[in-house]
Design a protein around this ligand. Structure first.
Ligand code: NAP
Length: 254
């Protein structure tokens, strides 16, 4: 859907997005830049598309920079936030989007696949939120948006690691909202349903069709569908909303 950019909802805001070299993160970066945000974003290995995106966003007249940073590393996250503060001069919005899957039935799931998913999907949210906290406390304003999943709400066979990480994000989000609300820092989660990206490209066609049929709107979502929800939660339009989980799932959890 074409954006109506007459009203720029994030004009001059500085935003960090983890994992924006493709998929949902890239969609968020594009929509945010259209709305006037300066975008600092990370990738883990996809350098070429990240640098392409940096160029594309900059051409829209905002400041944009790609950083190689492992969201699972506490040290990397601290270093990243310090560098972004130096480069951008402030942080108004944090989007914890980076995530992976390593699916298997519990009986076949290896310990390292459980640990990797928890560290990249859940510990990363702790790392980055902690790293931006001081800045947001000082300015007495901030919006943090964490990417959960419908799977974190209802579970999914073959995804015990992923479901645990995404359910953990919801508990973390609600706790941060309670801790930091008095300082005007909001923290919300988004629970996307079936969004068509490289992550879902890994699934076989039969599974994809089953997912589509399970959606009341009878289609998979796009990165832009999720980005528009993030835009609302990042902007002042949602100033009185915190501790919530917004389902962006075509009605899947209804
Ligand atoms: P994707 O296409 O696989 O993209 C994942 C992004 O995360 C990439 O930019 C990747 O960077 C980055 N990343 C992976 N590991 C990282 C690390 N250790 N440090 C920093 N960045 C890292 O995934 P997606 O479908 O856009 O999903 C984005 C988020 O939405 C994830 O948290 C996912 O769990 C969640 N979600 C997705 C769906 C869906 O249906 N697609 C549904 C619900 C929730 P590189 O390119 O460099 O690897």
């Amino acid at each position: 859907m074409k954006q109506n950019n007459d009203m720029k909802l994030l004009d001059g805001k500085n935003v960090i997005i983890t994992g924006a070299s493709r998929g949902i993160g890239m969609g968020i970066a594009r929509v945010f830049a259209e709305h006037g945000a300066n975008v600092a974003f990370t990738y883990s290995s996809s350098e070429a598309p990240a640098l392409e995106l940096e160029k594309e966003l900059t051409s829209k007249g905002v400041k944009a920079k790609a950083y190689k940073s492992n969201a699972a590393s506490f040290a990397d996250s601290e270093k990243l936030v310090a560098q972004v503060l130096e480069d951008f001069g402030g942080i108004d919005v944090l989007i914890n989007n980076a995530g992976i899957t390593k699916d298997n039935l519990l009986i076949r799931m290896r310990e390292e696949d459980f640990d990797a998913v928890i560290e990249i999907n859940l510990k990363s949210v702790f790392n980055m939120t902690k790293a931006v906290q001081r800045t947001m406390l000082k300015q007495r304003k901030g919006s943090i948006i964490n990417m959960s999943s419908v799977v974190g709400v209802k579970g999914n066979a073959g995804q015990t690691n992923y479901a645990a990480s995404k359910a953990g994000i919801i508990g973390f989000t609600k706790s941060v909202a309670l801790e930091l609300g008095s300082r005007n820092i909001r923290c919300n989660a988004i629970a996307p349903g079936f969004i068509e990206t490289e992550m879902t490209d890994k699934l076989d066609e039969k599974t994809v069709e089953e997912w589509r049929q399970a959606v009341p709107l009878k289609r998979g979502g796009s990165p832009e569908d999720v980005a528009n929800a993030c835009l609302f939660l990042a902007s002042d339009l949602s100033d009185y909303i915190t501790g919530q989980v917004l389902n962006v799932d075509g009605g899947m959890l209804t």
